[in-house]
Design a protein around this ligand. Structure first.
Ligand SMILES: Cc1cc2nc3c(=O)[nH]c(=O)nc-3n(C[C@H](O)[C@H](O)[C@H](O)COP(=O)(O)O)c2cc1C
Length: 374
């Protein structure tokens, strides 16, 4: 294997899993599954990123229970029937040098939503006409995500236990499918985040109230997944590092959470933000990198930076600064599935072509040499 000089293209070993480089495809819902089953779209969509040179490719939010889907089109791992189609994708990723990750999720009070291109709100009469019926949803309390959205049923302790168990069972299925890393989705207003944030969690029992109470559910999920997931495989946790709402979940809270996650055996905190409609986030290139840096420094845990990272030099500088250990790319990967390969050529010169599939590299390297003579 070619040795690269940049940090972005240096390997990273997490437990027994070595990523060929530090570029990650961020989880991105495709709303294209039927019955939660991965299909040819997911194979081609995720497979292109392995051919594109990424080190780790995450599936979209993958529901641990059918009622935990955001939309009717979400992927799932709630039954053994879901394992084989995921394994097919994992085998393709492995054959092309990438490791595979699955993001395990429960949408909570943001379940039963429209696919974005049908409105990105709660399912309504137009969706029913299309055959997309709403289903009963759950949350920390019987308070909807937004006015006019479905009112969730407040989870009982028994309901909480069932969901924690479902996360563990889905992690076991991910292992059966050959997946290398799992991530608990604890961000973006979905179930675990809605328990963390005082904006959504006004429970009065031990799953609400102070920070320790609000963290209880997320930590129970992380602990159950860690126990079900092989010790040699890394566990990620995606956090909304702040809500972007006055009085909401804060970066200080995220540091406290990260310390607890580290003690449980979580390896990487994936530092995202927001998820409630009232959030005001200061979008700009790399706007969440300082959050990843603070979590990394103060909790002493590895981090993944994400959010408006689009450029090779920018990604390299994030790693050089010590803010993060991995760089995740979302929309830019949709725009250019070969983003990692291009970044390798940008940072490594002609040596970077080694990251490209031979089927493409042979031609593109020669074309690049000719173009330098124009
Ligand atoms: C189409 C699409 C689907 C997404 N689905 C998920 C998801 O399933 N889980 C998640 O944690 N974030 C999801 N996100 C957020 C991305 O993972 C990422 O954090 C966000 O797009 C910011 O990174 P970017 O600026 O590189 O796109 C999604 C984003 C997009 C564009």
């Amino acid at each position: 294997m070619t040795t690269f000089k940049s940090r972005l293209f240096s390997p990273l070993t997490l437990r027994d899993v070595t990523l060929r480089n530090r570029t990650v495809v961020s989880p991105m819902c495709q709303y294209s599954a039927h019955g939660g089953l991965a299909n040819d779209w997911h194979l081609v969509h995720l497979g292109q990123f392995a051919a594109g040179g990424f080190g780790l490719v995450f599936t979209e939010a993958t529901a641990v229970l059918p009622e935990g889907r955001i939309t009717h089109g979400d992927l799932g791992l709630w039954s053994d029937a879901h394992v084989a189609p995921v394994r097919r994708i994992v085998e393709f990723l492995h054959a092309h040098g990438a490791k595979s990750g699955v993001q395990l999720a429960h949408a909570g009070r943001k379940a039963s939503m429209q696919r974005p291109w049908f409105g990105n709100a709660a399912l309504g009469p137009d969706d029913v006409a299309r055959g997309d019926h709403p289903w009963p949803i759950v949350g920390p309390v019987a308070q909807p995500h937004h006015e006019g959205w479905l009112v969730p049923r407040a989870l009982t302790h028994e309901g909480i236990r069932c969901i924690v168990d479902a996360f563990a069972a889905a992690a076991r299925r991910a292992h059966e499918a050959g997946v290398d890393a799992v991530e608990v989705h604890g961000a973006h207003g979905y179930l675990a985040h809605s328990f963390l944030s005082p904006v959504a969690n006004t429970r009065r029992d031990e799953y609400g109230g102070d920070l320790a109470g609000r963290m209880r559910f997320a930590l129970e999920i992380a602990r159950a997944v860690r126990a079900a997931w092989p010790a040699g495989k890394p566990l990620f946790f995606r956090a909304s590092t702040y809500d972007g709402i006055d009085g909401g979940w804060s970066l200080d809270d995220s540091v406290a959470l990260a310390k607890e996650l580290k003690a449980i055996g979580v390896d990487i905190v994936d530092c995202s933000a927001g998820g409630f409609l009232a959030a005001r986030l200061p979008f700009k290139p790399g706007y969440l990198v300082p959050n990843a840096a603070r979590v990394r420094d103060e909790a002493g845990i590895a981090t993944q930076a994400v959010g408006f990272i689009t450029d090779a030099a920018q990604a390299e500088a994030i790693l050089e600064s010590g803010a993060a250990d991995l760089v995740a790319v979302g929309r830019e990967a949709l725009s250019d599935p070969h983003w990692a390969g291009r970044a390798a050529v940008a940072l490594e010169g002609d040596a970077g072509w080694a990251l490209w599939p031979a089927q493409y590299a042979w031609w593109l390297e020669r074309r690049a040499a000719l173009m330098r003579q124009f």
